[in-house]
Design a protein around this ligand. Structure first.
Ligand SMILES: *Cc1c(COP(=O)(O)O)cnc(C)c1O
Length: 424
């Protein structure tokens, strides 16, 4: 069955034909690709077409698809029992690895998704500070937990309004949404809601409005402001964890958050999340303390085995400098292609994550990202797809280069972009 027929069939039984909305290609038009299998930097569609993949399942696949050692580790674990609902040694090992790589993690709890990790971290932050309000930044995505599906209120410093149907006003009002990179807005919010703000949550390098980088001093400023106001700083490193170095963005930046949330790469492509931080804060989580949080499949043996093997490979092969080099090579090619086509494209990147924005730079917050031409991105996406290159199916997303991409893939991508950008 081809993708078109599968999509028609899927819509009769799955909501919108998919299990996560952006997979439905609403942002770029056309029929979503149904995937049959993946290997290295490629996947093959239901109709047997091969694509070079820059979506990478939205971040987890730093080694590409079906890396042999990771698949074997997961398969071996599965044969020994898929879940016990009781503690296993490998969970301890994974927590130890995370702690060693991110010294800010005094204690860790594993979950089954990034959303769960964020939701739980906020609960702990509220319990620790005995305060209710949380500051987040417009364009940062922290999963689909209710209190964070919130748009900025009508004034920049007002409490939030629901950004999804079904989120109670009252919950949205626990969130203050501010522009990314705007430290003075954060300072003003702390003054206005003195003694009421539990935490500031931020993607240290943003992936979820497309790649957007922190200005010099922004994260340091958040650290200073949260400290001064006795609020917690939470780094959402679900994407950046082990993507930019062996550790998190915090490792590179030298800014230490109180709590960190993780996911994606640490599960090696299986469902996984984690949150952790200072011992005195995490000691509030059950069974040590009064903050309830649990999960039937938390620390699942198969996911933990895949995650551990991924971390082992990352240490053994230390792919980060090569990932940086091949991403630079790709982005130089894409940028020259855009220049030659006189296409107005702004490329933001951090390590092996990048976004081609169809608009004028610099793109340093959601307001700037929103000015980009999403229709143009949609056309670019479709033209690339026709040439066997799969970018993320929406403008406001990060693309990922994996350790499996080689020069041939990159050159093919650059040639395809030359054709795609012409007369866009
Ligand atoms: C993907 C993502 C999440 C949510 O993780 P899920 O595993 O999809 O629930 C949270 N925060 C950030 C920064 C993410 O990129």
């Amino acid at each position: 069955m081809n993708s078109r027929r599968l999509f028609a069939r899927a819509q009769k039984s799955l909501v919108g034909g998919v299990n996560s909305p952006v997979r439905a290609f609403k942002a770029v038009g056309g029929t979503p690709v149904f995937v049959r299998s993946g290997s290295g930097p490629h996947f093959t569609s239901a109709e047997g077409r091969r694509y070079i993949d820059y979506c990478g399942s939205w971040g987890p696949l730093i080694f590409g698809h079906a890396r042999r050692e990771i698949a074997k580790a997961a398969a071996d674990a599965l044969r020994s029992g898929s879940t016990f609902g009781a503690a296993t040694e490998r969970e301890v090992q994974l927590a130890e690895e995370l702690k060693a790589a991110l010294p800010s993690l005094g204690l860790v709890r594993l979950t089954s998704s990034g959303t769960e990790a964020v939701m739980s971290a906020l609960r702990v932050a509220r319990a620790f500070t005995k305060r209710d309000l949380v500051i987040k930044f417009a364009g940062c995505y922290h999963g689909h937990t209710d209190s964070l599906l919130v748009a900025a209120g009508s004034g920049a410093l007002t409490l939030g309004a629901p950004d999804s149907a079904g989120v109670p006003e009252a919950w949205a009002k626990t969130t203050i949404t501010l522009p990314y990179n705007d430290l003075s807005a954060v300072d003003k919010a702390f003054r206005k809601y003195r003694g009421k703000i539990a935490a500031v949550i931020v993607e240290p390098f943003v992936g979820n409005m497309g790649v957007v980088l922190p200005h010099d001093g922004f994260l340091e400023g958040l650290r200073a402001l949260t400290k001064r106001n006795k609020a917690l700083l939470i780094f959402d490193e679900v994407i950046t964890g082990f993507r930019l170095c062996y550790g998190g963005a915090q490792t590179i930046l030298g800014v230490t958050p109180d709590l960190t949330t993780m996911g994606k790469i640490i599960g090696g492509g299986l469902p996984m999340g984690a949150y952790g931080g200072r011992k005195e804060i995490m000691s509030l989580v059950a069974p040590l303390g009064p903050v309830y949080q649990a999960g039937t499949l938390s620390g699942n043996p198969v996911a933990v085995a895949a995650g551990l093997e991924t971390l082992r490979l990352l240490q053994k092969e230390n792919p980060y400098s090569r990932l940086g080099q091949i991403t630079d090579y790709l982005l130089r090619g894409l940028s020259e292609a855009a220049e030659d086509a006189r296409a107005r494209v702004q490329i933001n990147s951090a390590g092996s994550m990048f976004t081609l924005f169809f608009g004028k730079g610099p793109i340093c917050d959601l307001a700037a990202a929103r000015k980009c031409d999403t229709k143009k991105y949609g056309r670019f996406f479709q033209r690339m797809l026709k040439q066997g290159v799969y970018f993320p199916p929406a403008q406001f997303e990060a693309a990922f280069v994996s350790f499996a991409h080689d020069k041939k893939d990159l050159d093919h991508t650059i040639r395809a972009a030359r054709r795609a950008l012409r007369g866009l």
